[in-house]
Design a protein around this ligand. Structure first.
Ligand code: TYM
Length: 334
């Protein structure tokens, strides 16, 4: 049996090259050697207000992007979270075994809460839903960017607690898989914060559907520094190091190799080559995306994915319920 992988992306906007480099690209690389399940986590997105029409469009958009980047429905299960009721059901079980303090400590919660007029209880509970997503598929490895590390730690603690209370090895304890470089792509306008698909400053990110000329413009106007040399120095040259991370992840070339070539080439030439590389990777993805987005083929993939996901998730949910005692006659359910 292959080791199991689960991950997801929120339809809270168009994914950026940060999402692609930090997580989605890895989804594709894992398909052959792992048993992979990838979700469009639309129930996570509603922890902050989403316009209903936009949310439903974005949900399908992520699904189309999954396939466009190379996820193969014959190798990976691709599905929408709200098509599998077990996620919300299991999240309740997780919430009842999670300390309020644990949730309040989450840095993503604190960051996001600051930006909201209404801080919903869902925003606080969000990591419990993520725990549910992961444990339902007995996932061993979770490809994510660095910003999800704390949520993964919470998941691991939850699994320990659940297994201690209810039975050894009931749930699988997952490991994060974070890329060694590119796990945290920074905003092009503010290299102290991460690139985010919901950034109000659209020049800070490159969306996976940005047109080539927009990509070139955004990279040309990315902030740099006054050093004038291309070095990989995250402390003193964060913006240039960020562009190196992007270039390296998208070209497969090592950072050292790139620094050698561009050290004294000037920022203009460096940026122009980074932009060409981003366009070279995104253009074919975009062509495939536009062929898929309104196609019945995509709907069929999601229907099949939901069926397969429902089977696994329902089985794990009832295992959890039985362990907790949420059955009046356990023998009927075995
Ligand atoms: P989301 O939708 O914010 O981001 C999707 C994935 O992209 C990674 N990422 C980044 N990586 C590098 N640089 C960046 N600037 C950057 N921005 C985002 C994220 O780390 C993530 O891997 N909570 C998750 C979704 C989720 C999930 C799950 C993930 C829900 N349930 C279960 C794994 C397993 C999130 O908000 O991702």
């Amino acid at each position: 049996m292959k080791p199991t992988v689960f991950s997801g992306v929120q339809p809270s906007g168009i994914p950026t090259i940060g999402n692609y480099i930090g997580a989605m690209k890895g989804f594709v690389d894992l398909q052959d050697d792992y048993d992979t399940t990838y979700c469009i986590v639309n129930q996570h997105a509603i922890t902050v207000y989403q316009d209903p029409k936009t949310l439903s469009q974005s949900t399908r958009m992520i699904a189309a992007l999954y396939v466009a980047i190379g996820l193969d429905p014959n190798k990976s299960i691709i599905f929408i979270q709200s098509d599998v009721p077990a996620h919300a059901q299991a999240a309740w079980l997780v919430l009842c075994q999670t300390g309020l303090g644990e949730l309040e400590r989450m840095t993503q919660f604190k960051d996001k809460a600051q930006k909201q007029e209404l801080v919903s209880a869902g925003l606080l509970s969000y990591p419990a839903l993520m725990v549910a997503d992961i444990v339902l598929y007995d996932a061993q490895y979770i490809p994510v960017g660095e910003d999800q590390k704390q949520h993964l730690e919470l998941t691991r603690n939850f699994v320990d607690r659940f297994n201690n209370r209810y039975g050894k090895d009931l749930l699988v304890k997952p490991e994060p898989m974070i890329p060694s470089s590119g796990g945290r792509i920074l905003s092009l306008q503010d290299p102290t914060s991460k690139m985010s698909k919901s950034d109000v400053n659209t020049r800070g990110f490159i969306s996976m559907l940005d047109e080539p000329k927009t990509i070139i413009k955004k990279i040309k106007s990315a902030v740099t520094d006054s050093v004038g040399e291309v070095n990989y120095d995250k402390e003193n040259q964060a913006a240039i190091s960020n562009l190196l991370d992007i270039y390296s992840a998208l070209s497969g070339r090592s950072i050292d190799d790139l620094v050698n070539e561009y050290h004294s080439a000037g920022y203009g030439k460096f940026k122009s080559d980074v932009a060409d590389q981003v366009v070279a990777v995104l253009e074919p993805i975009q062509q495939k995306y536009y062929r898929l987005i309104d196609n019945q083929e995509l709907t069929d993939i999601l229907i099949d994915g939901a069926k397969a996901a429902n089977e696994t998730a329902t089985r794990t949910l009832s295992r959890m319920e039985r362990a907790i005692g949420l059955t009046y006659k356990p023998s009927l359910y075995v």
